[in-house]
Structures are given as C-alpha cells and as structure tokens.
Design a protein around this ligand. Structure first.
Ligand code: AQP
Length: 327
C-alpha cells in the first residue's frame, strides 16, 4: 500500500458519524509516516466562518484524532495550513484548471445557490483538494459519492499537468472507502448526521457531548410507526439507524442486535449505553491530551515537518516543470 491521506474539516464539532464512519477505521490503518491524517483548516474558509471557532475546532479535532487512536509515532498528524506546500501547489494547479470545469462542480452549484455572496474560495476548493492529494503522491483515494466529482477533477488536473509539462504527479484513482457505519441524524434519519449542523441540533451527537446530553438526544430520537424492532432501513429508518449505531459501537451486526430487543424504549436505552461505552473513555483520553497544549504543539510541529519532507520532492518537480526558477 502506498501513501494515504485522510483529513477532517473543522466546520463543526466532530460527531458520532465522523467517529464510527471514518476516524475509527483510520486507527487500524496506521503504517508509519506515509499514512497521513490531519485537519484541513483551509477548507473551513470557503463559507462564512468564525475565526475563533475554526482555531478552537482545529485543536479540538487534533486532540480527538489522537484520543480516538491515531498515534503520532505510527502516522503523520498535521494541520493543513501549517504545511505551506499545500498552498504553493494549489496555485500551480489553479494555473492548470479551467474556470468552466470548476463551475460545473455539483457541490459548488448547490452551496453557491444558498449564499448571498459567494467566496471565490468556494469555487477553488476542489483545486486545493487536488493539491492535498497530488502533493503526497496518493494513489488510491477513498471517496464517497459526494466527493467523486472532485476526485475526477484531481485526476484531470494531474493528467493535464503531466501531458503539458512532463511526468510530475501520480494520477490518483477513487476507491470505495472501507465500510464504516453511515450514521444518520437522530431527528431526521433519512439525512446524514453532519458536523456543520446547528450547534444545538438535537439529532447530532457530538463526541464531546456530556453523557446526560448523549442519553437525552438518543431518548428523543425519531422512531418509526409500529412497535417492532427490526433492521430495515427502507421502511424503518429511525429504528435501523439506532440498531446500526449499537452494532458499530459493539462490533456486531444490526440484525443480531434486533433479535434481543423487545421495545423502542429498550432499544434507546441499549443505544445510549453502547454509545457511552465508546464515548466515555474517548472523552477521558481527550481531557488528558487537551490539558497538555505543549504536547499537542510538539505533535503538530513534528507532523508538519514530516508532511513537508514527504511533499517537497513533488512540489519541487512541479515548480521546475511549470517554469519557475529553482531557489
Ligand atoms: N454521518 C456520517 N456517517 C458516517 N461517516 C461520516 N463522515 C461524516 N459524516 C458521517 C465521514 O467523516 C469523515 C470526515 O468528514 P469531513 O470532515 O470530510 O466532512 P464531511 O464528510 O462533509 O462530514 P460532515 O460531518 O457532514 O461535515 P460537514 O457538515 O462539514 O459537511 C469523512 O470520511 C466522512 O465520510
């Protein structure tokens, strides 16, 4: 396996969906410095944002990644803006991308339609994402449906750059992500649980929610008509979501869990217990890590150095190929 890269965007406090769907898998994939994980803070600037919140969430997310099992001795942990190579390569790729292809991106169309004024960073963000990937020569990129078009753009840019200026980038390919649980909003089980939902959203469990808040959110989760506890996402999305959450927390299958539960009330109690059995130790580890800002700063300094040393040969090749004079 080659270099891998997975980032979270500090667009809100991390959720149970981020943990069970992604971060938990990452801790089993650590194979040394070429497995890179981090916080993509530059990507949090594309929509209206609060600077203090981005700053705080960035450090919170780094501490949570470590609390969830990422080990700075077995992988590279970094903050995107602390590795200036991302921005340098981004500009070279801006000079490779066409305005028309960026305006065709579905996410740009959807997100810009909701804004009174649209930041040009919203248009450019898939090019920065391409820079994130191409910088490290990532070959296989696990992407869900919503990111597939952006990965296609990264491929197109790599191919165009290589054919115009000479072989420079590994052309990445999309691979299906390792199947983690897809966690749905507890109040609207047909919609993904999202960290950028309103802070007080009652259907979103945040990793740092106190235990009583977690229990209350689960107790108030939307269930479905009828009283049967069966796993059937098509007809029983609310019940099935709770069963999937229990299954992901206890490493079992949702169908198996369903056979042992007789009522919606019991289902919710069981779900709250399962979620707290995962979140309580996570919160304790987080508290220890967050209490030591010197440790976190050291991890990030080391991570930024490692990331820069991994990315600099590609950036140097790209700068020379496109016509910039070497320093
Ligand atoms: N509800 C979810 N269930 C399973 N996996 C999820 N992920 C996100 N939500 C769920 C996975 O978490 C990883 C990091 O996500 P990201 O920071 O790239 O943002 P995202 O995918 O756009 O997730 P969010 O939480 O919904 O953020 P916002 O609200 O900013 O869009 C990814 O691997 C993602 O699949």
């Amino acid at each position: 396996m080659g270099t891998t890269l997975s980032l979270v965007v500090p667009s809100g406090p991390l959720t149970l969906g981020n943990l069970l769907g992604a971060i938990r898998n990452w801790s089993g994939e650590q194979r040394g410095p070429e497995t890179l994980y981090g916080v993509a803070d530059l990507h949090a600037l594309t929509l209206e944002h609060d600077p203090a919140a981005v700053r705080r969430l960035t450090m919170e997310q780094v501490a949570l990644l470590i609390a969830a099992g990422l080990d700075p001795d077995r992988c590279t942990i970094f903050v995107q803006s602390q590795v200036p190579l991302h921005c340098e390569l981004h500009w070279l790729l801006e000079a490779t991308a066409y305005d028309g292809e960026l305006r065709r991106m579905i996410q740009f169309k959807e997100k810009s339609a909701k804004q009174a004024s649209v930041r040009s960073a919203l248009l450019a963000y898939p090019v920065l994402m391409a820079a994130d990937i191409l910088l490290y020569g990532v070959d296989a990129v696990p992407v869900g449906e919503d990111q597939r078009q952006h990965l296609e753009l990264a491929r197109d840019l790599a191919i165009r750059f290589n054919s115009r200026y000479g072989e420079t980038f590994v052309v990445p390919r999309a691979v299906t992500p390792a199947v983690g649980a897809r966690v749905m909003d507890l109040q609207d089980p047909e919609t993904k649980m999202s960290k950028s939902a309103a802070l007080a959203a009652p259907g979103v469990i945040r990793l740092l929610d106190p235990p009583d808040v977690v229990r209350r959110k689960i107790t108030r989760a939307t269930t479905d008509n009828g009283t049967d506890v069966v796993y059937d996402p098509a007809t029983k999305p609310g019940v099935s979501n709770l069963l999937s959450i229990i299954a992901a927390c206890t490493d079992t299958r949702p169908e198996e869990i369903a056979t042992g539960i007789g009522s919606y009330r019991q289902l919710k109690e069981c779900c709250a217990d399962a979620v707290l059995s995962v979140l309580t130790p996570l919160r304790q580890r987080y508290a220890t890590i967050a209490a030591d800002p010197g440790y976190l700063a050291g991890v990030l300094r080391h991570g930024a150095e490692l990331a820069a040393s991994l990315g600099s040969p590609t950036l140097a090749r790209a700068k020379a190929a496109i016509g910039l004079v070497p320093a």
